[in-house]
Design a protein around this ligand. Sequence first.
Ligand code: ADE
Length: 246
Amino acid sequence: MRLDIISIFPEYFSPLDVSLIGKARERGTLDVRIHQLRDWAHDVHKTVDDTPYGGGPGMVMKPEVWGAAVDAVVGSADQVPRMVVPTPSGRPFTQELAQELAREPWLLFCCGRYEGIDSRVMAEYSTRLRVDEVSIGDYVLAGGEVAVLVMAEAVGRLLPGVLGNACSVADDSFAPGSMRNLLEGPVFTKPPEWRGHKVPEVLLSGHHGKIARWRRDEALRRTVANRPDLAAALDPETLDKHDRAL
Ligand code: ADE
């Protein structure tokens, strides 16, 4: 997958040099290209923003600079990227969207700062590319850079060969399958007792059926406690008698 990022703070993206994503880049599974937006600002101050029409606080990023940057990155390749613009007013970033993005050959992330990017930039590229404005949660960050790190990691780990064990993707909270919409339950490793806290007996039993049952119960319990919204939305058809008794 090719992943382009345009930002006025390219230094935000050094975490993409390490760990899973760093290794995927070394192996060539992921081709990350980071661009400085100011390279396409042509005045002496390399200005990328201006005051908003209609008044109000803050500054808005200029369409001409973004247009020049995106044109240059998209170029005249026969393929076009899917464009993702992080913004608190976008559609929610979910595991489902991460999976959808992981199937794309080319993603272009455009990081806004200040009050955001002039809306005509998204309107213009929507005529040529798939453009999604995406929010990683109901809070406001100082800019899109951290949101792109979140999305790049969530997407990158889904690429074939990036995770050592493909099963860990299937077990994720929010992954499709029998545990769909349930949070992952607690996990344990050796030793069997630490500071008086014991690993639940069932996990030491070697009884796969009982372990699966226990994991599902714990997942459901955690979902009810931490995400009542998800618990309420569970399809009763997917709950068995034992679940309902919890
Ligand atoms: N930029 C600022 N806040 C954001 C958020 N919550 N999600 C995505 N991009 C953002």
